[in-house]
Design a protein around this ligand. Structure first.
Ligand SMILES: [Zn+2]
Ligand SMILES: [Zn+2]
Length: 510
């Protein structure tokens, strides 16, 4: 090879290497990410598909260079071809094995453990031993305990929660404490997924759950300005309980009471319950956290500015088996239930939520959501605000609603519908510049929305207006979802249907 040709080859190779690096950087920047919408694509467990964005053009150009290199210098080009083809095959085959539903936070931390699975069967089995077991109540309990545990870690009062948290669990929380921790504030649970159910054939059943949350640690020494550090956290909790215990009613599932006697949590000098004398170190009476594992703790929030194509909008609906009969049976048992009224309420809630979301005025959504999903949405609103962003949805409308599931447990009735909608979905920064999405092109999507209503709710028509479902006064609720006029907690589903869950079409398992 003469000098000129060698020089050309070297410069071709350098160019090629540079282009590969550039493509990798571009792919990282446009990695699978969140898209927006109320509790929607960007919410945990949804929306993750594989973006390519700006990397596409670069890759085409890269392949073109490779072809040129192969023609001009086959001795170098052909081995390079083989390497490139192998890498593409490897990535492609791996991708096939990765489920489409990647959490946005997963993408941000770079892990893609699949955590989505429906545990309906396991929970039905558990209900044979504990007819009161309700997924809704269990979730409420976990949310409440999580917040109480983080708060207690900050105030140094974790030992008070020993009837609910094992020594090991409390230690693993304390280990996280930085020096001079004064408080943990702003605790928001972004999502909680059941990751496993075990021991249904043994006396003790275990449920592991994964949390994705956000909190702020306040650190400081007396006399100095305290410092605040905000973290996005993923952790796994393993809870256990005697299988044959009857779950308490929802109002008692708050981790505020002695699991044995139900009195306020208060300990005597020996560390036992001050009222009943029980020293609780297991799940003999109520769910008990055996272990807590910190999976990741990041200072940066979720990425909120990349475009992701919609996945699953045209998938066939996942409908509960035997749904027609279940529906007929439900209608028979609840003569006051009227589908048209329910659907009108679902539409009202959908519209109010989109408006609240687009304006970052999440309080507006308060009357329509259970505490948990309200908190989860609050997490996203805060993340947008912190990054100086706002996700807007203009010209949206529902194009179709299909009922797909009805469930009744000891305390709640729940109805899941699939909602198809469309609108202009885009994210703007504080200057009003569009940073992702488009305010011109129409985006179509579908989601599964689950509404709940307390079984003891008075038989009344579902409300499709902006009045309190209990007293009829214009809706005005405080942060805990209590009507300012009648003091009724209208977000518990005690009076009317409220939203309790949103699931993406590509990850909904029924
Ligand atoms: Zn007690
Ligand atoms: Zn009221």
């Amino acid at each position: 090879m003469n000098h000129e040709r060698r020089k050309k080859l070297l410069s071709e190779l350098a160019l090629f290497a540079f282009a590969v690096c550039a493509a990798l950087v571009a792919l990282t920047l446009f990695a699978p990410e969140a898209l927006a919408r109320v509790g929607g694509g960007q919410s945990y467990g949804g929306g993750g598909s594989h973006g390519g964005g700006g990397a596409g053009g670069l890759i085409v150009w890269l392949l073109f260079r490779l072809v040129m290199l192969t023609i001009e210098f086959p001795a170098v080009g052909i081995p390079l071809d083989i390497i490139v083809v192998s890498v593409i095959l490897y990535v492609y085959l791996r991708k096939d094995k990765t489920p489409l539903s990647v959490c946005s936070a997963d993408a941000a931390v770079g892990t893609t453990e699949p955590t989505h699975r429906s545990f309906t069967q396991e929970f039905n089995q558990l209900r044979r031993f504990d007819p009161n077991f309700s997924e809704i109540t269990f979730t409420d309990f976990c949310y409440a305990l999580y917040a109480r545990a983080q708060d207690a870690r900050g105030s140094g009062k974790l030992d008070e929660l020993s009837p609910y948290l094992s020594d090991a669990a409390r230690n693993s929380l304390t280990e996280r404490n930085p020096q001079n921790l004064q408080a943990v504030i702003g605790i928001i649970v972004g999502s909680m997924q059941v990751a496993g159910v075990q021991g249904l054939t043994s006396p003790v059943v275990q449920i592991s759950v994964e949390f994705e949350t956000n909190y702020t640690e306040v650190v400081g020494v007396d006399g100095k300005q305290p410092q605040q550090m905000t973290y996005y956290v993923r952790e796994r909790w393993v809870l256990e309980r005697k299988r044959d215990v009857l779950s308490p009613t929802p109002d008692k599932a708050t981790a505020l009471h002695c699991p044995r006697c139900g009195a306020a949590l208060m300990k005597d000098a020996t560390g036992a319950c001050a009222f009943c004398g029980a020293r609780i170190e297991s799940g003999e009476f109520q769910w008990f956290v055996r272990s807590i594992t910190l999976l990741s703790q990041e200072a940066r929030g979720p990425l909120l500015t990349s475009d992701v194509p919609e996945v699953g909008t045209d998938y066939p609906s996942v409908v509960q088996s035997n749904f027609q009969n279940i529906y007929a049976h439900f209608q028979q048992n609840h003569p006051a239930f009227n589908w048209a009224e329910f659907e009108a309420r679902a539409r009202l809630i959908f519209n109010e939520l989109q408006l609240a979301w687009s304006s970052l005025q999440w309080e507006r959504a308060r009357p329509f959501e259970t505490d948990n999903i309200f908190q989860m949405h609050q997490y996203w609103i805060e993340a947008y605000k912190r990054q100086g962003l706002r996700n807007a949805l203009d010209n949206f409308r529902i194009t179709q609603i299909q009922p797909v599931k009805i469930r009744e447990d000891a305390f709640y009735n729940s109805i899941t519908v699939r909602i198809w909608a469309e609108g202009n979905d885009y994210t703007v920064d504080t200057q009003g510049k569009i940073v992702s999405g488009s305010n011109k092109s129409l985006r179509r999507w579908s989601e599964y929305w689950t509404f709940i209503r307390n079984r003891n709710a008075k038989p009344a028509a579902a409300r499709a207006d902006l009045n309190c479902p209990n007293c009829g006064a214009p809706l005005k609720v405080n942060v805990t979802g209590i009507c300012e006029y009648c003091q009724g907690k209208i977000t518990s589903g005690e009076f009317d249907w409220v939203l309790s869950k949103i699931e993406q079409d590509e990850s909904y398992k029924g």
